[in-house]
Ligand binder design. Structure first.
Ligand SMILES: C[S@@+](CC[C@H](N)C(=O)[O-])C[C@H]1O[C@@H](n2cnc3c(N)ncnc32)[C@H](O)[C@@H]1O
Length: 492
């Protein structure tokens, strides 16, 4: 029926003024993607359904939806499409009418309603005044544009409890509100909301109002919209309103021909960690990430291991008067990332620009840890550096005295402010130094810092596996990347 499904108006619109296209976020969904998106909806065999398409463009998504649902037992399909740009909405009208007529001939009534206006404005008003008819399905490729905190869009969205920084997330949130309970939404959107700090209220909104059923990623960047040259990294997300959250299906393909489509399911806790106040949505992508995310070997939290991680408490400029180059009679070693050696720390450092020691005094006393075995991770790295996570250990044999200070550029793994069992400290360092963990970390962390919170959110092998790793590494003279990676791979 939809033999020549390619939609008219697309080419015409694509020749429109580039600046306007960018402003309105007019990047049209390639039909193979539209079809894939529609395929994610569950057909529950209803005779009458209602679809919402917000920012409908020339209607590719709605047409793909009709292709899937325009068959018995359907008797009626109500379509509600919003499109702001009249240059586009004329093609939208033509396309939807054409498909409506097609389906009428097969006995299915299709009732299109096209709103030539601003979805945020119209949608908020109809929701606030209870004038909307809740939809069974929503399909979206919304416009992307930042919305400032004093803009009309922001103020309107706030009125319905949506606080967000971009039109795309505003569109998705509003579409969720306009769905029935149990209603489904499929959207293609940038993945920035998954871990952007400013998107936290939006994540909280989504996670409280919907269950994530599936997330599809395109393994190679930007290919999904190659026609339009959009420099965004897109995901397709399938949400169901107000149902309990179950497992999440993660799927991936290189591009929009879906030839190498593959999928696996993960417990929700692997996507959004209970312990994470930011509610980052972590989508494993590369093979190795999928392996770690689904491996039974790496499921423990630091709490499960009885281990804590803290930021080094010594902020050197605050204790300037107590810094010293050598131990003297009243000093204890102070460790910086610059003290990292091949495997353990290398202390003291000659001609060190910073300080090798901190004087023990009532003002500094609380900042020291007792000498012991600790795993240390550098907090900062430069963009061009190969690794984000760099771990070393310190043992009592590396330092004189009873106390040690950890400077603020370090993260310290400890147990109730005391040292760890030596093999455990070493095992943790091996694990953290692996390429797998570094890739995994980069995946959900866009910046170059490694903070204690990030390390708390990672999953770890069991205590036994870590101790075995530590025993294995005792004879290594350094954390040779290839050797460590081979060892970690053997655990997968
Ligand atoms: C990324 S395009 C996607 C179009 C279509 N859904 C598709 O998948 O091909 C977003 C569309 O939203 C429209 N749009 C932008 N701002 C809008 C708004 N505030 N209300 C309604 N539509 C809007 C644009 O004109 C554009 O056609």
């Amino acid at each position: 029926m939809f033999a020549q499904i390619d939609i008219s108006g697309r080419e015409k619109v694509q020749q429109l003024d580039q600046a306007k296209r960018a402003d309105l976020g007019q990047f049209f969904t390639p039909f193979r993607i539209a079809r894939f998106m529609a395929s994610l909806f569950q057909d529950q065999g209803q005779t009458k359904i209602r679809l919402l398409d917000a920012g409908a463009g020339v209607g590719s998504l709605t047409v793909a939806f009709l292709e899937k649902f325009g068959k018995p037992p359907r008797q009626q399909i109500d379509l509600l499409a919003y499109e702001l740009d009249r240059a586009v909405s004329s093609s939208l009208k033509a396309n939807l009418s054409e498909h409506a007529i097609h389906l009428m001939e097969t006995g299915i009534r299709v009732i299109p309603e096209i709103v030539e206006g601003d979805f945020i404005q119209e949608g908020v008003i109809s929701y606030m005044f209870g004038r909307h008819k809740p939809a069974d399905y929503a399909i979206l490729n919304p416009p992307y544009r930042k919305i400032n905190s004093d803009s009309t869009h922001r103020r309107l969205l706030r009125k319905v409890g949506v606080e967000t920084v971009n039109l795309y997330s505003g569109f998705v949130a509003l579409a969720v509100l306009l769905l029935k309970d149990g209603g489904e939404l499929v959207a293609i959107i940038p993945r920035s909301f998954c871990n952007g700090l400013y998107y936290r209220p939006f994540r909280e909104f989504l996670l409280s109002k919907t269950a994530i059923r599936q997330i599809h990623i395109f393994d190679s960047r930007n290919k999904a919209f190659k026609d339009d040259g959009v420099l965004q990294e897109n995901i397709i997300i399938h949400l169901v309103k107000n149902i309990p959250q179950g497992e999440v299906k993660i799927s991936a393909s290189t591009d929009d021909d879906f030839r190498d489509y593959h999928e696996f399911t993960l417990p929700f806790g692997r996507i959004v960690s209970d312990a994470d106040p930011e509610k980052f949505i972590h989508i494993p992508s590369a093979k190795i990430d999928q392996q770690i995310a689904s491996s039974e070997n790496f499921i423990y939290s630091l709490t499960d291991l009885g281990v804590e991680v803290s930021t080094g408490p010594v902020v050197d400029f605050r204790v300037k008067d107590f810094l010293q180059q050598e131990l003297g009679i009243d000093g204890a070693p102070l460790l910086y990332p610059a003290h990292f050696g091949q495997k353990n720390v290398d202390w003291p450092k000659l001609n060190f620009k910073k300080s090798n020691a901190l004087r023990i005094a009532p003002e500094t006393r609380k900042q020291f840890f007792p000498t012991g075995c600790y795993t240390l991770v550098r907090r900062f790295s430069a963009k061009e550096e190969k690794r984000r996570i760099v771990a070393r250990i310190v043992t009592p044999a590396d330092l004189p005295g009873e106390l040690v200070g950890f400077e603020n550029h370090l993260n310290v793994f400890h147990q109730g402010k005391k040292g760890l069992q030596e093999e455990m400290a070493l095992g943790l360092a091996v694990y953290l130094n692996s390429t797998m963990i570094d890739n995994y970390f980069r995946q959900f962390n866009g910046h170059t810092q490694v903070n204690a919170t990030d390390l708390r959110l990672l999953k770890y092998p069991s205590k036994k596996v870590l101790i075995d790793l530590g025993k294995w590494a005792t004879t290594l003279s350094n954390f040779d990347q290839a050797i460590i990676d081979a060892k970690i791979d053997s655990l997968l």
